[in-house]
Write a protein that binds this ligand. Structure first.
Ligand SMILES: *[C@@H]1O[C@H](CO)[C@@H](O)[C@H](O)[C@H]1NC(C)=O
Ligand SMILES: *[C@@H]1O[C@H](CO)[C@@H](O)[C@H](O)[C@H]1NC(C)=O
Ligand SMILES: *[C@@H]1O[C@H](CO)[C@@H](O)[C@H](O)[C@H]1NC(C)=O
Ligand SMILES: *[C@@H]1O[C@H](CO)[C@@H](O)[C@H](O)[C@H]1NC(C)=O
Ligand SMILES: *[C@@H]1O[C@H](CO)[C@@H](O)[C@H](O)[C@H]1NC(C)=O
Ligand SMILES: *[C@@H]1O[C@H](CO)[C@@H](O)[C@H](O)[C@H]1NC(C)=O
Length: 925
């Protein structure tokens, strides 16, 4: 017993020891040791048995950091404590900390205007909230080390508290740490994780640096960073209030989530640009975040239809056969896809030999009311017309910083590239490719990209654009240490030593690199020393913005090419990507684990302002199975982006392969199509006001702590809850019903009220996904057909979930469906606010038009109410003071099931009726 105490005494004689739960790792790079730790001026102390997993042995003393030098208003100037060492550089002196309020958003910036800031032009609109956050300067206890607290005004809770210490700021190593008010943390991405709530018990480091790598949902804990970067989290305090924090930074970065609870954020460039959002409701946190970064684009209505894709159709004939058999099976289908096999040798803006007739086929699909989306990769081969036109039109590409670094053995093979600095890589095309510089501030690159689309679209009339490989991904990026050795290969090779290698070999290369032996920052991508933004920026800083910038350029191209709204989906994303594109969750695998994590990741991407998101249904890699593919359709039909997609060389997995899957897909997609006006209205609300579409149950029931643990149940807005099967071999789902009135929408017990608490709900393979309507809500819907084009010809309906303790409300947004949205506020639409109230003798359904433009809208012909308490008098209906005849043959009420069904064709002409309208009737119990 004596030895450990002595060790402790030795340590405390210089610095005070830090509890195993709140250490800040001083050796996040590989191979820590006692000596190396001391050399960094840090404390080396083993963690006793029972300490949290991965407790760092080498950690920063609390007594070190920055001290406050001067204060001028809301700007604080810091100077490094004289004894502080930054293991990865020299701490910058005169470090400014500036604090601003933007509405209720609190902005804290650490680092000067000379630092790199991601050129993403965020709107940064001020937020509103019933609560506020205040900023207070303090010190680390018993020291003079600078710290600050961000405090919720209404409760005094510190949502941030940097008295844990550890602030460092060198040229290429920036670190900040904070205590968190609770371990209930959600968000950060792009990662797969097995619970919606992040696990803070085990010092897990999550890297954030865009990377083209398949998600690994199979292992218990896969911390690899995926395609996008989202340094944003939501935390729920002990009392159920929520706040959010965003770091605007595009450098290679990471966050360690620790058990204090605390977090340590590290980045190797830029500065600390933090935005704090006060909530206090989780949905308000997302709205405040989206006011800051920008709200998502509104997808075309047809883009909410079911989509079918595969890589490896290999020929148009095969694609046609698959589409035909799915249609013949009666499965609703709106969007066939073509993956890279439609191209000639994988070159953008070309068509392969086996695809003769593709334009004609696309026209035929259009005549059937379908739409076509095709894929494009960013990199273009440097020996054909598209590249030639790029040079002619003064587009820029990612370039080498200087001529002496250009590998002439590769470059000189290409007459057009030979005398340029364009950095050549290799993607799908057979020969070398160049990567367009979408950050080009002159917009000439976007203009060329747009022109290519316009030109190609003259041949093939596709409607939406799928952009892949935009992390950007490069195949087999090599490295070299001595000049000349880069000439050995046809592949890109990056310097990793000497002056040229500094950016690929920074003092701290981040866990994204250290976690995979042999990796560098340039692995699978371009060299960090590359130049972007027309040579004004380093690829080292902007790499994670590549997909974001391609999304912006492609959205502009789509607009100009079709003059329609359509949709763009992108693999790589960054905060505010949602303004331009949706996202699919990348190259998943046909495994149950991937079905499970996709439910979680779709909620994450809704936090990130990218609600048009979904997974590859049935799984991309690997062979899918009948049961998995069936269950995945039953779940994926409830994701905004709903697409079955498959890789090359694996058996077909379209729903028509198995009669059971076709039947299940038909059933669930018909339900989806029925409720698409609701889903579309949710997307409209998110586009206009920010917020989520698919959201976790806890967003709606923040004071019910059980809801925070619900990983696989989710909501459509506030009014519908979905509890899909995500496990093999089961026929029911253990569903949690928070305190509310819930009505089953499943055919076998339609309209039945489900009592709060846990309940096993029937979920056979041949029944509908468990889905429930919440009392108090009115959802719009429209008779389903097998395309959205045909569905939109049917009359509109509403379903009312009667709340025994009050009224019900809901909204309908309806517009032309595919016209361009220049300004969501003034966009031509019908936006109705519906409400329903009742007394012991009568009921009123009313509508108020928030904005009704000159746009076609079908009439409202069906009003259904679940939980309706009394027998209506069908002869008593009065619309705006005039008697209306209810069609009593088509209408019904059951006192046993308490279902009221009012069906009268053209009951309410939403196109022409005066607003507000009221429909009143009498009832008796
Ligand atoms: C968090 O991780 C630890 C260590 O792996 C594990 O024991 C614990 O069950 C996890 N907590 C949750 C809520 O999953
Ligand atoms: C397009 O396809 C239709 C149906 O197969 C065919 O009748 C027509 O001749 C084709 N048109 C062209 C221009 O190939
Ligand atoms: C290309 O763009 C650059 C930067 O805007 C400009 O200086 C140059 O004149 C342009 N060249 C041509 C041929 O348009
Ligand atoms: C380039 O395009 C962006 C985004 O559309 C726009 O904000 C900017 O003003 C344009 N710049 C130039 C030089 O035209
Ligand atoms: C996947 O399907 C292919 C084609 O049917 C088959 O050859 C292969 O063995 C299957 N692989 C697995 C792991 O089942
Ligand atoms: C579906 O659309 C087709 C073609 O417009 C139409 O003939 C059919 O009646 C529609 N069916 C339903 C159920 O709406």
């Amino acid at each position: 017993m004596l030895v450990p105490i002595l060790t402790l005494l030795l340590v405390t004689s210089v610095f005070s020891s830090v509890d195993v739960r709140s250490r800040i790792d001083c050796y996040p790079d590989p191979d820590p040791s006692s000596n190396a730790c001391s050399a960094r001026g840090c404390i080396w102390e083993h963690a006793p048995e029972g300490s949290p997993t991965k407790t760092p042995y080498c950690y920063y003393p609390r007594e070190r950091g920055y001290v406050l030098k001067s204060t001028a208003g809301q700007t604080y100037t810091l100077t490094p404590d004289s004894s502080t060492k930054n293991p990865f550089g020299t701490n910058i002196d005169n470090l400014p900390v500036t604090v601003k309020n933007n509405g209720k958003t609190l902005l804290v910036t650490i680092g000067g205007d000379d630092r790199y800031v991601p050129p993403v032009g965020l709107p940064m609109n001020p937020s509103t909230s019933s609560d506020s956050l205040t900023f207070k300067v303090t010190t680390v206890p018993s020291t003079n080390i600078f710290a600050f607290q961000v405090t919720r005004q209404s409760t005094g809770t510190n949502v941030w508290d940097t008295t844990i210490g550890g602030l460092l700021f060198a040229e290429k190593y920036i670190q900040i740490a904070t205590y968190l008010p609770s371990a209930n943390v959600f968000g950060f991405g792009d990662h797969v994780h097995k619970q919606l709530m992040r696990n803070l018990t085990r010092y897990t480091t999550w890297p954030m640096f865009a990377k083209g790598i398949a998600p690994d949902s199979e292992s218990d804990l896969s911390t690899q960073n995926l395609y996008g970067v989202h340094p944003f989290y939501i935390a729920m305090e002990a009392d159920g209030n929520s706040h959010g924090v965003f770091f605007l930074n595009s450098n290679a970065q990471e966050v360690t989530l620790g058990p204090a609870p605390h977090l340590v954020y590290r980045t190797i460039g830029g500065r600390l640009d933090m935005a704090f959002f006060p909530g206090p409701l989780p949905e308000q946190v997302v709205q405040q975040y989206l006011a800051h970064i920008g709200t998502p684009f509104l997808p075309a209505y047809w883009a909410l239809g079911y989509q079918l894709s595969r890589w490896g159709y290999n020929s148009l004939d095969n694609m046609k056969a698959v589409i035909s058999r799915v249609q013949a099976a009666g499965v609703p289908l709106d969007v066939p896809y073509a993956d890279i096999d439609y191209m000639n040798a994988y070159k953008d803006f070309t068509e392969g030999d086996k695809w003769t007739g593709f334009p004609n086929y696309t026209d035929q699909l259009h005549q059937q009311g379908l739409h076509m989306i095709v894929i494009f990769d960013p990199a273009v081969e440097v020996d054909y017309d598209s590249f030639k036109r790029a040079l002619q039109q003064n587009a820029t590409f990612i370039e080498w910083p200087s001529a002496d670094l250009v590998p002439h053995n590769i470059q000189d093979q290409y007459p057009m590239a030979k005398n340029t600095l364009v950095m050549l890589g290799n993607v799908w095309p057979e020969r070398n490719t160049a990567f367009p510089d979408f950050l080009d501030p002159t917009n000439q690159t976007t203009q060329w990209w747009t022109n290519e689309f316009v030109l190609f679209h003259q041949t093939l009339k596709f409607d939406g654009i799928w952009i892949d490989m935009n992390e950007p991904s490069n195949f087999e990026t090599g490295t070299y240490s001595s000049v000349g050795s880069n000439l050995a290969t046809a592949h890109l090779s990056c310097p990793i030593s000497g002056a040229a290698g500094q950016l690929d070999n920074p003092p701290y290369a981040t866990r994204a690199v250290y976690d995979h032996s042999g990796e560098h920052l340039c692995s699978r991508t371009l060299c960090m020393l590359g130049k972007s933004a027309r040579r004004t920026m380093n690829f080292f800083d902007t790499k994670s913005l590549y997909g974001w910038s391609e999304s912006r350029a492609t959205n502009a191209a789509l607009r100009q090419m079709t003059g329609r709204r359509g949709a763009v989906i992108s693999r790589s994303t960054f905060p505010s990507s949602g303004r331009y594109a949706g996202h699919w969750l990348g190259d998943n695998t046909a495994r149950w684990e991937d079905l499970q994590t996709s439910v979680i990741n779709v909620m994450d991407f809704n936090f990130f302002g990218i609600p048009y998101v979904g997974s590859d249904i049935c799984g991309f890699h690997g062979n899918s199975s009948e049961e998995l593919c069936l269950r995945w359709h039953q779940m994926g039909a409830f994701h905004s982006f709903s697409r079955d997609h498959n890789t090359k060389g694996t058996p077909a997995q379209d729903p028509a392969v198995w009669p059971s899957v076709a039947a299940a897909a038909k059933m669930v997609l018909t339900f989806r199509y029925y409720y698409l006006p609701y889903l579309y209205s949710l997307h409209y609300a998110s586009s206009r006001y920010g917020g989520t579409v698919v959201r976790p149950v806890f967003f709606e029931f923040p004071k019910d702590s059980t809801t925070q643990k619900l990983d696989y149940q989710f909501m459509w807005g506030s009014g519908m809850m979905i509890a899909p099967v995500v496990d093999k071999g089961v026929s029911s789902v253990h569903v949690y019903f928070p305190k509310a009135t819930w009505y089953s929408l499943i055919p076998i017990n339609y309209g039945v009220v489900l009592t709060p608490g846990y309940l096993d709900v029937h979920a056979a393979t041949d029944s509908l996904t468990p889905v429930f309507l919440r009392g108090g809500y009115i959802l719009p819907r429209q008779g389903a057909n097998t395309t959205t084009t045909a569905s939109r010809k049917n009359d509109l309906e509403v379903i009312i979930g009667v709340d025994p303790s009050g009224g019900s409300n809901g909204e309908l947004y309806y517009d032309a469906g595919d016209d361009l949205v220049d300004d969501i506020e003034s966009h031509k639409r019908h936006h109705w606010l519906f409400s329903f109230t009742y007394t012991s003798t009568s009921a009123v359904f009313s509508g108020l038009c928030e904005k009704c433009s000159d746009v076609d809208i079908p009439p409202l012909s069906i009003i259904e109410a679940l939980g309706y308490p009394a027998t209506p008098d069908f002869n008593s209906f009065i619309l705006n003071g005039n008697k209306v005849n209810i069609n009593v043959q088509l209408s019904s009420y059951s006192a046993i099931t308490k279902r009221l069904f009012i069906n009268t064709p053209k009951l309410i002409g939403l196109r022409t009726i005066a607003s507000p309208f009221t429909l009143k009737w009498n009832h008796s119990s």
